[in-house]
Design a protein. Sequence first.
Length: 102
Amino acid sequence: MKHLAVLSTGEQVDNPKPLTRSLRRLRPASRAYARSKPGGAGRRQHAAALARLHAHVANQRRDGLHKLTTRLTRTTTCERQGGMTRRYQALTCNGAVSPRTN
């Protein structure tokens, strides 16, 4: 993925920089695990290291997405569209209309 998100305004949000570095570390670790001998102690060690790296990458992706959504909710202004029953009202947020679900 080149970008974490592309917003309706056209803004492209890049992936977090530490994620790129972690993905670079993940490739050789994966190859080392694939080349290790099945059933050996080295394979278990490579598997543990690879699992730690995968968990680290997953946490970085989750953190980047959380930071983005938090920034969007704090900077986006929303107005309620009137003239409809509350169930079918829509929220207009910086020009993007999304239907109300509850």
